[in-house]
Design a protein around this ligand. Structure first.
Ligand code: 5GP
Ligand code: ZN
Length: 108
């Protein structure tokens, strides 16, 4: 856990968020500034800065993130119409929160 990290604060319950999933290694909550009718962030409990910082042992977490995004998409009723899964990596890749997260965008 990193003190000043906004996603660590949400995971610790110090900052509120609209959770759609709360699991052992991964959580998911609605993006505060949605870019799509459905915009959910799938976030590992473990603080990892970005895809650049993954260890080989973290591949299980990334698999869980992608699997969970698919399950949430089904739950949100957008799996049939389709959706995007996006990892922004570092500033040039559009990353502003440096705690790994997967954007689930859909519902158009
Ligand atoms: P990034 O650009 O780093 O890939 O995406 C970070 C996302 O986190 C943005 O879409 C932004 O709207 C969202 N975000 C930033 N701060 C908060 C927050 O405090 N709560 C929630 N729910 N989303 C946040
Ligand atoms: Zn963090």
């Amino acid at each position: 856990m990193v003190e000043a990290c906004v996603f660590c604060q949400i995971i610790r319950g110090e900052k509120s968020a609209d959770f759609v999933y709360d699991g052992e290694s991964v959580v998911a909550f609605k993006d505060i500034r949605p870019h799509a009718p459905v915009h959910i962030l799938v976030v590992p409990r473990k603080h990892i800065r970005s895809i650049n910082d993954l260890l080989e042992a973290d591949t299980i977490i990334v698999g869980e993130m992608i699997f969970r995004a698919g399950e949430i998409a089904k739950g949100q009723g957008i799996s049939g119409t389709g959706y995007k899964l996006v990892y922004n990596v570092e500033r040039g890749g559009g990353q502003f929160v440096f705690h790994l997260h997967l954007h689930l965008l859909g519902g158009w």
